[in-house]
Design a protein around this ligand. Sequence first.
Ligand SMILES: Cc1cc2nc3c(=O)[nH]c(=O)nc-3n(C[C@H](O)[C@H](O)[C@H](O)COP(=O)(O)O)c2cc1C
Length: 160
Amino acid sequence: MKNLIIYASKYGCTADCARKLADILTGETEVVDINKQNKIEFSNWDRIIIGSSVYMGQVNKKIKTLCEDRKIELMGKELIIFICSGIPENFNDVLNANFSDEIREHTSEAVHFGGRLELSKMNFMDKTIAGLMAKQKAEGKPIVEINETAILELAKRLNC
Ligand SMILES: Cc1cc2nc3c(=O)[nH]c(=O)nc-3n(C[C@H](O)[C@H](O)[C@H](O)COP(=O)(O)O)c2cc1C
């Protein structure tokens, strides 16, 4: 199975998850940062894995546009979605609000990979919001964590 992982990340958490997943997937796997590559070719790949972080309830705009504009192509592929965010309880709401019915129904797995709040990397506004959101003041330290088990478990299922 040939895997194409397409991700969007602001502070690196989703990028790290994409690479962690790629490292343990069997079969040819390519990782693409949607912010660095405009033209993404699907035809060479059997499985498309889409990853995004969440800001103010929203998945990355380019990821949303890709899913909508290239829906027909995606319907011909196995489709997986992974999300990095700070509030796992909102995972289903995030999926419902950001992906169309067709995309959600076609997706064989949608997984939450945890998240990371790296306050030291953030601009002032994001840092303020993150601080409020997490109700913690552990400056410079991750408040939430990447869910390594969720990445491993997804890879195990996909490698079968
Ligand atoms: C300004 C800001 C807004 C955020 N909004 C949300 C949100 O609405 N829901 C959520 O679950 N997580 C939210 N988060 C948490 C991020 O989704 C989380 O830190 C994620 O791991 C960031 O991944 P990235 O580094 O790949 O962008 C927010 C974080 C920041 C800094």
